[in-house]
Design a protein around this ligand. Sequence first.
Ligand code: SF4
Length: 351
Amino acid sequence: MITKKEALELLKSDISFFKKISEFSEILAQREVSYSKNVFIPLTNACRNRCGYCYFRSDSPKIMSREEVLRTVMLGKKFNCKEALFTFGEKPETNEKIKKTLKTFGYDSIVDYLYDLCEESLKIGLLPHTNAGVIEFSELKMLREVNASMGLMLENASTRLCKNGMPHEKSPGKNPKVRIRFIRWAGRLKIPFTTGLLIGIGENYEEILGSLLVIKRLHEKYGHIQEVIIQNFKPKKGTPMQDHREPSMFKMIKVVAVARLLLNTNIQVPPNLNRYWQMFIAYGANDLGGISPVTKDYINPESPWPEINELKVLAREMNIKLKERLPIYPEFIEKGWFSEKVGSVVEKLRW
Ligand code: SF4
């Protein structure tokens, strides 16, 4: 739709951006915006990585027991949630305490534990969506059986952000080559997949464009990217990047618009991190991600999710439709990209 050169010009443009982009206003302005009603399950905050902006990982990590997880899922069911979002740090068994606790639970690996929890969630009637960081191909294949969709943020495809003094310096799992390979595996396995960019961590416009083009190529080859999150960095007290500036709304709008013009998929902006999310709907975003009436955003605990009723009021103001969706998007349900175990719950929940 636009060339690489035009995309970079748009990203680098000043106030003239709004004039340049006006010819695309019909494509950019969305008529419908979706969200998924979920429960957030932070299975463990142990992680082998140490990203400069992370508030979630801990050196004294915890792991949720089966009872705690199932209690949360049941609560979600009571509130009519459809998605169980499992999120945890990467390779948590590298932490001895977590490894031992997993043993007492009767498991050798977090993925085996997660598999059983996902199965239980399906029995209760919620569809799992897992963000497990980088795991092995065989583990990904196994989790496909019990997940409606899965995700891994690319964050950025630039290796420069892994160099000394940069946010991914101490995060081997944030090596873009490792993450791109993982997203490719998900494509080979036909897993409806969520990825995205983290904006404002020291990347430049060329690196943003390069990252969007990587996602575009992967999606053109495998057709599995169901949504791309454009997430704004938020500084957290007590982290190495606590004094780093968050990206401006102007920068975010430019990235969202260029993502919409380059990528043939859903573009998501989290409304808890963007109070004025309506602006992004005008510039190409068509999804608000998971919204939970039950649990908080454990990655961004300072940013509560808006009430669904509040979203409805704001959508009505714009005369756009606010639509609930499952963690697997309709186009992937149509394609039949789910296992038998997941399919029976999808059938019950789809409307
Ligand atoms: S990989 Fe995720 S959990 Fe681990 S340190 Fe980085 S942001 Fe935190």
